[in-house]
Design a protein around this ligand. Structure first.
Ligand code: FES
Length: 147
């Protein structure tokens, strides 16, 4: 017994949806060179409470965050044992998303480089990266203030 026309269309639509969706997901990952993106939620006051439990071992490590429902991305970097830096990971030259390297951030578009505090190391970008104030409770929570 074959499947009905209605079932066939339903199944085909499901499969087609999957095929269409996959490249979108791959393209999204490609924007940040395959980096894992952690979705976070901001309060109405623009405050993010981020639990870093088990995430950062060494200074200089970074995590790419995306604020839910906004598309806003933040590169959270462990500065030292007691503090974190939250940078806007968008190149100040022409707006490409930066790639986190071990000790710097690199622009894949025209080669600008920024240190882990957001200062320009190499042009053509001339303006430092934007940043957000952070607080670390010394245990597991980093608070990021978007305003
Ligand atoms: S957009 Fe980053 S160097 Fe041009």
């Amino acid at each position: 017994m074959g499947i009905s026309r209605k079932e066939f269309i339903k199944k085909t639509a499901l499969v087609s949806g999957g095929i269409i969706l996959l490249p979108v997901i791959n393209n999204m990952a490609g924007c940040s060179a395959g980096a894992e993106i952690l979705v976070v939620t901001a309060s109405h006051e623009g405050v993010i409470k981020f639990n870093i439990s088990g995430m950062f071992k060494n200074s200089g490590e970074g995590k790419l965050l995306e604020v839910d429902n906004t598309g806003l991305r933040i590169m959270l970097i462990k500065k030292d044992a007691n503090s974190f830096t939250a940078l806007d990971p968008v190149c100040t030259h022409k707006g490409c998303e930066l790639i986190k390297r071990k000790n710097f951030l690199e622009c894949p578009c025209h080669g600008s480089e920024f240190d882990l505090a957001g200062k320009v190391l190499k042009g053509p970008a001339e303006i430092p990266l934007g940043d957000y104030r952070t607080e670390f409770d010394g245990k597991n929570t980093v608070t990021i203030f978007l305003k």
